[in-house]
Ligand binder design. Structure first.
Ligand SMILES: Cc1cc2nc3c(=O)[nH]c(=O)nc-3n(C[C@H](O)[C@H](O)[C@H](O)COP(=O)(O)OP(=O)(O)OC[C@H]3O[C@@H](n4cnc5c(N)ncnc54)[C@H](O)[C@@H]3O)c2cc1C
Ligand code: SF4
Length: 316
């Protein structure tokens, strides 16, 4: 690990200003992803701005009947919150499907959204990777890519976004609140937060340099039955091959988003409209234009079958 300096910011705007003023600076929250990347020297920040003292660790009700989740709320606290378990069950289910109890105690809401891909070539600094080193190529394309993306990918990068929580936030139409170095705030729909790779796979989200996530907001509860099914190579402690988050009504209508298949949580509203017609129709709409590799085309079938199982569960 390279040497770095460290400070604990006192206000959100001061934290944003500290990172904006120093090109080598990064925020640190739970540290469960960033420190691993620093040990491998994939990330080499020269200064860390710790955001744990900013008072952003509460879940509050909003005027619109939704919830505002401070960025420092741990994954454990969020998944176990009484209001989340009652009205946003898909979120609780997605979070507990991820990582381990110890990791969820440290992992935060903002850090989870910003965790980086688990593409094995990204972690191997001997391999070409446009995300890690722009312009160096992509060893995964033509390499071992069974776990990588089938849609939303590009000729520069086929990595998937690894977060389970983000897939649930996408199906719930959540928004990300931020503050910049000048104290200016904005709200970004989760739908627009993560970027597709195009020819700049290292640009992963809509944040400007130094912009700090302060909270994630959930709209008022939408009712329905909440599901999160995660398919992986072993029963626990593994990232998704495919995951499906859905909120379904008794008449079969609803919303669906997929994880493990794309560089961002994958939701296509045209697929929601097809849910009453069944999993096949919804999956065809969701995966229209997919570009799987010979190793990972099974993910499209797997996604459809996982959705079919969950629709059957809703009917039962
Ligand atoms: C062994 C292992 C297994 C895992 N399994 C899963 C899994 O199955 N599913 C899953 O979804 N996740 C999994 N994870 C990932 C885990 O969920 C993330 O590491 C965690 O959510 C990151 O949160 P953090 O607070 O520790 O982020 P950090 O590591 O502190 O930060 C991550 C990134 O976010 C930035 N950041 C943090 N907070 C802010 C903020 N407020 N504003 C702007 N930038 C910020 C940091 O600068 C950094 O770039 C696993 C992790 C490990 C180590
Ligand atoms: S798929 Fe993306 S993250 Fe993986 S090696 Fe290629 S450029 Fe890097």
């Amino acid at each position: 690990m390279r040497a770095f300096t460290y400070e604990r910011a006192r206000t959100p705007a001061a934290a944003a200003a500290a990172v904006a003023a120093n090109k080598g600076a990064k925020f640190i929250a739970g540290g469960t992803n960033l420190l691993d990347l620093m040990k491998l020297e994939i990330e080499t920040p020269t200064h860390l701005v710790d955001v744990q003292d900013l008072g952003l660790d509460r879940i509050e009700e909003t005027k619109d009947g939704g919830l505002r989740i401070g960025t420092l709320v741990s994954n454990t606290a969020l998944a176990s919150d009484r209001r989340v378990r009652k009205d946003y069950g898909v979120l609780t289910r997605a979070i507990v499907a991820g990582a381990s109890g110890q990791l969820r105690n440290k992992a935060t809401t903002g850090g989870n959204l910003l965790q980086r891909t688990r593409c094995p070539y990204f972690y191997d600094t001997n391999q070409a990777c446009n995300k890690r080193r722009p312009g160096s190529g992509c060893a995964a394309i033509g390499g071992v890519n069974r776990q990588l993306g089938v849609i939303g990918t590009s000729d520069a990068c086929i990595a998937t976004h690894p977060s389970d929580m983000a897939v649930a936030l996408r199906v719930l139409d959540a928004s990300v609140e931020t503050v910049d170095a000048g104290g200016k705030t904005r709200s970004i729909p989760v739908a627009e937060f993560h970027r597709l790779p195009g020819d700049t796979p290292h640009v992963e989200n809509a944040l400007q340099p130094g912009e700090l996530i302060t909270a994630v907001t959930l709209p008022a509860p939408i009712g329905g039955s909440h599901f999160y099914h995660k398919v992986r190579d072993r029963a626990s402690y593994a990232f998704a091959l495919v995951s499906v988050a859905a909120v379904l009504k008794a008449d079969g209508s609803g919303r669906v988003a997929f994880g493990g298949v794309a560089p961002k949580p994958w939701r296509v509203e045209a697929a929601d409209a097809q849910l009453p017609a069944g999993a096949g129709a919804a999956a065809r709409a969701a995966f229209a234009g997919a570009r799987p590799t010979h190793e990972n085309a099974f993910k499209i079938t797997l996604a459809e079958r996982t959705l079919a199982a969950l629709i059957a569960e809703n009917r039962a």
